[in-house]
Design a protein around this ligand. Structure first.
Ligand SMILES: [Zn+2]
Length: 180
């Protein structure tokens, strides 16, 4: 698979496939989007929102969630706001999200089945890693979006003039539903 990608890449560059994508690091629409890494959204989300290269800062992870107040998502938002001029943030969850019904205990079982030493897992629990909080799904997508929006709005390092909106995108049709 990787070999295929490398061969395609060589051709892409040789044929100057990049020419229509040239832009700079500043988001033209002054928007940052936090969304899920789901494969159905890779091309659908930008297409359904009319977003082209250079328009927005896109931050993605499993579920489109913030799992730590000083983790990589907030760090990226701070860079987007203070260094790159972002003024609005869209939190976009999606229907049928794989991260919705995740269970940490099931994942831990899969880890041990793949050869991860259960002693390490116990040691991490002992050191205060809360696997439930970290790896469990969010169950209610609307509630999760509201929580994430609220989290950003209330974050002490996010300026109050930055507007934060919540949405759920349909993973098939691309239709956005606003969460208020
Ligand atoms: Zn998802």
């Amino acid at each position: 698979m990787i070999e295929e990608i490398l061969a395609y890449n060589k051709e892409f560059v040789e044929n100057k496939g990049y020419e229509s994508y040239i832009t700079n690091k500043y988001p033209d629409k002054k928007i940052a989007i936090l969304s899920c890494m789901d494969t159905r959204l890779t091309a659908l989300l930008p297409a359904a929102l009319g977003i082209k290269n250079g328009d927005v800062k896109m931050i993605k992870n499993a579920g489109g969630v913030i799992s730590h107040p000083f983790g990589s998502v907030i760090r990226s938002l701070l860079v987007a706001i203070f260094e790159l001029g972002v003024e609005e943030i869209m939190v976009i969850a999606h229907s049928d999200c794989g991260a919705c019904h995740m269970h940490s205990e099931t994942m831990l079982e899969k880890m041990t089945a793949r050869g991860i030493n259960p002693d390490y897992i116990d040691m991490m629990r002992f050191c205060g890693v809360d696997f439930h909080a970290w790896l469990d799904g969010f169950e209610d997508t609307e509630k999760s979006v509201r929580g994430t929006v609220d989290f950003i709005v209330r974050h002490p390092l996010i300026p109050s003039d930055v507007t934060v909106y919540g949405f759920i995108i349909d993973s098939t049709t691309g239709e956005l539903t606003r969460i208020v």
